[in-house]
Design a protein around this ligand. Structure first.
Ligand code: PLP
Length: 393
């Protein structure tokens, strides 16, 4: 079984998605073949599928420190988990308060999954308030606390930012939210499996994660729902204890459970290993002319680095690297050429003039020294070539 996605490709875009871990694929295969039972069936095939689903629930719970596996609800992706959490909690709080709780507090650096849910709720009469961040992408918990009042239904702040990797002070935010009786959600899609995540230490009611960021396939996610919390369901049905309808996708759930188990087992060693790779990558990249590193120097993921290349288009740099077989990203639509900086860079005060060309390099389980070598060998040539041609020409 190969451990690399493709020998020709140097994949450094793990924040976008990770290759499926070989152990995960192996664990899933029986549930795509002979173990095809519906976990809600009474017969033996159903019961074996049920056992597999419940084992995965335990693995997911263990990765995020949930005391009771029953607090884990399986979903189809991180986006669904976010929407189910925010919308479900907003409507539940609204109903329980006879309509007085109709405010949602968030930040300007959330993922589109969260922002979309907030826009939808705003159109339905909820009021959304969002905090900014500093130049390193860090949200100030006191600014969030000032936005929370007794009419707040939900507070949602992401744990790690997908573009720049800054890790947010979610525990402090959660304390402020709880103090006002609001439900607190965190989007931990980029954090789970990469840094220690403990729902009790964070003090959150709801936490979203996604399979394809931790070595499982795309199309499976989970939501932690603290035992005492009731949500208005997005998809009605009896599965998942009435919290999320739809026959459980057993093979995908098994994949997620296996990936979470591996992530928990390897967390410390992997984090140290990726930190070492990243540190060499950052040091040598910063030796190039006109490059700066974005994000918080300490409160960050160990596995990703976000750079700005002055005077270049991030999009063109990504294409130039891809022509050499290196897969990186510029983050959502950001360059000094024809598109605006991302909402995250804009919130960090990097407008069009300062944003330059953004390049996000994100490492993961399949990354090794050879990937970093190849990136560092190719990057200077790609940058020099592009510098000879003005951006956006
Ligand atoms: N939240 C964050 C921070 C993400 O980075 C992503 C995916 O990129 C999502 C949510 C959505 O996850 P999914 O792709 O599983 O829907």
């Amino acid at each position: 079984m190969p451990t690399k996605p493709d020998d020709m490709v140097c994949y450094l875009d793990h924040n976008a998605t990770t290759p499926v871990r070989p152990e995960v694929l192996e664990a899933m295969l029986p549930y795509l073949k002979e173990e095809f039972g519906n976990p809600n069936s009474v017969h033996r095939l159903g019961q074996r599928a049920r056992k597999a689903v419940e084992r995965s629930r335990e693995e997911v719970a263990a990765l995020i420190g949930a005391a009771d596996p029953g607090e884990i609800v399986f979903t189809s992706c991180g986006s669904e988990s976010d929407v189910m959490a925010i919308s479900g909690a907003a409507w539940a709080a609204f109903e329980a308060s006879s309509g007085s709780r109709r405010r949602i507090v968030s930040t300007r650096i959330e993922h589109e999954a969260v922002q979309g849910a907030l826009r939808l709720l705003s159109r339905r009469g909820f009021e959304a308030a969002s905090a900014g961040c500093d130049a390193s992408g860090l949200v100030d918990p006191e600014e969030v606390a000032r936005l929370i009042d007794d009419r707040t239904a939900v507070v949602t702040v992401m744990l790690a930012n997908n573009e720049i990797g800054t890790v947010q002070p979610v525990a402090a935010v959660a304390e402020a939210g709880r103090g006002r009786g609001a439900l607190v959600h965190t989007d931990a899609v980029q954090a789970a499996g990469k840094i220690p995540v403990d729902v009790k230490a964070l003090g959150v009611d709801l936490l979203a994660l996604s399979g394809h960021k931790v070595g499982a396939p795309k199309g499976v996610g989970a939501l932690y729902v603290r035992r005492e919390v009731r949500l208005v369901p997005t998809i009605t049905g009896h599965q998942e204890k009435n919290r999320r309808g739809g026959t459980e996708s057993v093979a995908m759930i098994v994949g997620l459970g296996c990936a979470c188990g591996l992530a928990r087992r390897d967390l410390e060693a992997q984090s140290r290993r990726l930190e070492g790779l990243r540190s060499r990558l950052v040091k040598e990249t910063l030796e190039l002319r006109g490059v700066r590193l974005n994000g918080h120097p300490e409160r960050r993921l160990p596995s990703c680095a976000h750079f700005t290349f002055e005077g270049l288009s991030g999009h063109e740099l990504v294409i130039a690297m891809d022509l050499e077989g290196i897969c990186v990203s510029s983050g959502p639509a950001c360059s000094s050429g024809d598109v605006e900086p991302s909402h995250v860079l804009a919130a960090m005060g990097q407008g069009r003039a300062q944003a330059g060309g953004a390049l996000r390099v994100s490492l993961g389980w399949s990354s090794d020294d050879a990937d970093v070598d190849r990136f560092l060998k190719t990057l200077p040539q790609a940058v020099e070539r592009l510098r000879r041609v003005p951006a956006g020409r």
